[in-house]
Design a protein around this ligand. Structure first.
Ligand code: CTP
Length: 450
């Protein structure tokens, strides 16, 4: 019996897939098809899928030429499977020509001509409207956003940019020929479907509110708001108008952090009793986050990151919050520790603009602990430890580029209505973050008045 094996994503199963599977089966007696997992597909650079894994696998299973369906989830698996299933022929479309010649060591490799004029990518974008992004702000994060958005497909394009300091927007636009500079925010809102807000923190709420009221989806840099009531109001408008509102805490959307949470939830370290993490940067004294005496400082600048694992693992209810800060001469905090507990677990999140700590995270539980290597907010490498110091399990999950592509992909996924990813940062978590920022600013104000 001659066994043929092939692999693919098979999103929005189409006639090109069916043709390939028919011709593959004709090369032997038994056809095995590896369907690529969501995470591995992402790792290989395709961020947006329209169908869930279940649907993709079911479609392949229903194909009359297919005898067996397997999951493909790691590099090197093709060589492993060929040996395991004793495959005689490996087949793939000729868009991959030459890429799998190394498999000739184990079996025959055949590249079949692709069916012209059809692909999952074209089907994914065709029925959906183009999403035109307007960008507010033109600082460092915007530059990164403009590079990262190019890696996300699904009909999304950054086309407009607005900054009250027009020259700054013009400088950003000069590097991106598709961007037009808008002379006012209301004018930009007329031209776009969605906005990415990356202006100074205290302006996020007003820009987001205006965009939502004009019927635009909003992806807003952290912190979404510095007051609980403001965050609640923004989500209420978004819900009333059926718009997508997301806070751009990039770690929340990246595959490594998602994997880390699933492993903890599966009980590998027992019940979580402590979360310790830090996010610190050494900055020059004249940067905005150190000169803006009202809204600058380490906590408002960086705590969206440290609050994320704390709220994910301790929840948002019944939290006791306490702060300790060290201040610069102008009254902004250079270093802050936020102690948050919920009666069952403790946590300490450290943020610093003038103090450098190690950027790792430790989650301690009743059966062991997880250490996430620095920079933990670009979650990529972590290990599980138990009582026996030799008993270590290592994990590695790929983190692509600057990581903003994951939040952009999820935002697009929600706007297009595909919903193939979970809501990685919930409304409740964003509102709780805003509440904790409000508490912090009150604490700092109180100390200044003393
Ligand atoms: N394929 C084909 N003809 C097409 C499209 C795909 O023969 N018109 C083949 C691919 O070469 C691959 C298999 O079908 O061997 C599975 O394809 P998949 O990974 O799903 O790719 P695409 O449909 O090309 O998806 P995308 O547009 O997302 O790349």
């Amino acid at each position: 019996m001659k066994t043929v094996i092939t692999y693919g994503v098979f999103d929005l199963y189409h006639e090109g897939h069916e043709n390939l599977l028919r011709r593959a089966k004709a090369l032997g007696d038994r056809l095995i098809v590896g369907v690529t997992s969501n995470e591995f597909t992402k790792q290989r650079g395709k961020l947006l899928l329209a169908d869930s894994l279940d649907i993709r696998m079911a479609n392949v299973r229903n194909c009359p030429y297919v005898d067996e369906v397997i999951l493909e989830d790691h590099y090197g698996q093709k060589a492993e499977d060929i040996q395991k299933y004793r495959a005689d022929v490996f087949v793939v479309g000729d868009d991959w020509k030459g890429k799998f010649d190394y498999l000739r060591k184990w079996c025959e490799v055949v590249y079949l001509p692709r069916t012209p004029g059809i692909s999952s990518s074209s089907l994914r974008t065709a029925p959906y409207p183009k999403i035109s992004f307007g960008v507010v702000g033109s600082g460092r994060i915007v530059r990164r956003f403009l590079e990262e958005i190019k890696t996300v497909h699904g009909g999304v394009h950054a086309e407009q940019i607005y900054n009250p300091h027009r020259e700054s927007a013009e400088r950003a636009a000069a590097e991106h020929p598709d961007l037009s500079v808008c002379d006012s925010y209301p004018n930009m809102l007329k031209l776009c479907d969605a906005v990415y807000i990356a202006s100074p923190h205290e302006t996020h709420y007003a820009y987001a509110k205006e965009a939502l009221q004009e019927g635009k989806h909003v992806l807003c840099e952290k912190p979404l708001a510095l007051k609980e009531a403001e965050a609640k109001e923004l989500f209420a408008i978004a819900e009333e108008k059926s718009l997508v509102l997301m806070e751009a805490v990039k770690t929340a959307y990246c595959p490594g952090f998602t994997r880390l949470l699933s492993i903890i939830e599966t009980g590998f370290i027992g019940e979580v009793r402590d979360v310790e993490c830090s996010f610190t940067k050494l900055t020059a004294p004249d940067v905005r986050e150190r000169t803006d005496t009202e809204y600058g400082g380490a906590f408002t600048e960086l705590a969206s990151y440290t609050l994320l694992p704390v709220l994910k693992l301790l929840g948002c209810k019944d939290l006791q919050v306490r702060f300790d800060s060290q201040f610069d001469e102008n009254g902004i905090d250079l270093y802050t520790k936020a102690y948050i507990s919920n009666g069952k677990a403790l946590s300490c999140g450290k943020t610093g603009l003038g103090v450098k700590t190690e950027g790792s995270m430790i989650v301690a539980g009743t059966d062991g602990y997880i250490r996430v290597e620095a920079p933990w907010w670009k979650t990529s490498r972590f290990s599980i430890h138990h009582e026996d110091p030799q008993d270590i399990q290592d994990f590695k999950v790929y983190f692509a580029g600057e990581g903003l592509r994951y939040e952009i992909a999820e935002f697009v996924d929600r706007i297009q209505g595909w919903h193939t990813s979970d809501y990685h940062l919930t409304k409740e978590e964003s509102i709780t973050m805003a509440r904790i920022f409000e508490q912090y600013l009150e604490y700092r104000k109180g100390l200044r008045e003393e």
